[in-house]
Design a protein around this ligand. Sequence first.
Ligand code: ZN
Ligand code: ZN
Length: 248
Amino acid sequence: MNPGILNLHNHTPFSDGAYTIDEIVEAHLDLKEIKVAGVGISDHLFCTPTSREVTNEREYQRIFAAEARNYVAEVRAARERWGDKIRIYCGAEINWPKNKGMFKLIPDMLEGIDYVLFEYVDWAGLTQLANAARRFPCPIGLAHADVSREYPKTPHDQIVRTLANARIFYEISSKFMPLNDFDPWYSVLPQHRVQVAIGTDTHDDLHCLRDIQPMHEFAVRKGLGDKFVAPGPRARGSAATPTPAMSA
Ligand SMILES: [Zn+2]
Ligand SMILES: [Zn+2]
């Protein structure tokens, strides 16, 4: 099943975004040149500014499990308000360096979350994520990762294989606009079974939504048109069993 055109990276005032879910959804529906089938809200979770660092597991679980529950409830309410006008997904963006110490707790704290974007994942982190990918109850992906810069010592082929084996999706991000047709990463990526997502990382400027159409066109041009990730809960332990590639 092809999920249609989705923008999976939007922040709201729940974390550091300026626009409410409704404002973001309206702005997507207002786009003239394309029809967006689904909007993913991807607020930063597990990093609410606190005056002190959360250092023990019980405290981490107590504070952030409640936060995640409130967040999921808020996004679900919006999903109901918008009915079948547009799909609304409940994603999360997680900062790897800030959370890697508590990483093993995270898969059990994602009830109701449809996908997770991890940001600032270094190579050691990606290896760790890949090993744990099957413990996650939903798809996980790399947010706005410039692989040549983040993994300068690792060949593209090895990066792409790591993503493919663990079924970690790769986000095509507004941060890299305009996308370069000659970027060597995009000659390697389509050769493997790696799913992709489109993300504008919307914070305080809705003009970034104009990037959805060129990013989508770029993905299709690069042969990634049938590889868009479909957010949503999945059975645990299923990550290692590849599901058939989605047909266009
Ligand atoms: Zn980010
Ligand atoms: Zn973001």
